[in-house]
Design a protein around this ligand. Sequence first.
Ligand SMILES: [Zn+2]
Length: 217
Amino acid sequence: MSVAAGIVAGMVLMNLLFPPRCPGCGTWGARVCARCLALFGLPKRVPGAGPPVFALAAYAGAARELVLAFKERGRRELAAVFGALVAAAVPHLPGVGPDPWLVPAPSRASAARARGGSHVMRMARASGFSVAPALAFARGVRDSVSLDAASRRANLAGRVRLVPDRLPPPGTPVVLLDDVVTTGSTARACVSVLKAAGFGVPAVLTLTTARRTHPHG
Ligand SMILES: [Zn+2]
């Protein structure tokens, strides 16, 4: 076997042992394939009361898989992908000036520790915008995945708090950033805390929405 043939054989073997796969759909050969990336579009208004929420994709299929890979399966390299999507989306948010600060929605402290830091924070940093981790959950907030809307509100009431030494500069317009919005309870609680502290929050930006969209939403 020639040296070149040996190198090629080695590369083939490496790809067989550690094949690159898209974390969204499992397609071989790309980190995030073009088809999965194309699921995330420009920000669309999520219907419903409360603060204006804008999402880039539905929380379903490969888009959901990508978010879960980033959030739960340690695929930290996705921060760059999601950061780029956020950077492209922010200029399209109505009422948001050219230089807003991003405030990541809080993670439960235990969840963030298990993930080695807040994934929303990482994606915010990767976007290139200024970031202020100004919100945290108080103790006693349960993971909201299994709760219905009323229970979520009760779970969150008064449980989002300001982190006083991590605020954006006074008067800065702020975009609240999250990975998925379901009932919107978290977004509502976060925005009311920011507004009470004197910040304008023209928009909430989330990667995905699990909220059902119907005419009376
Ligand atoms: Zn894919």
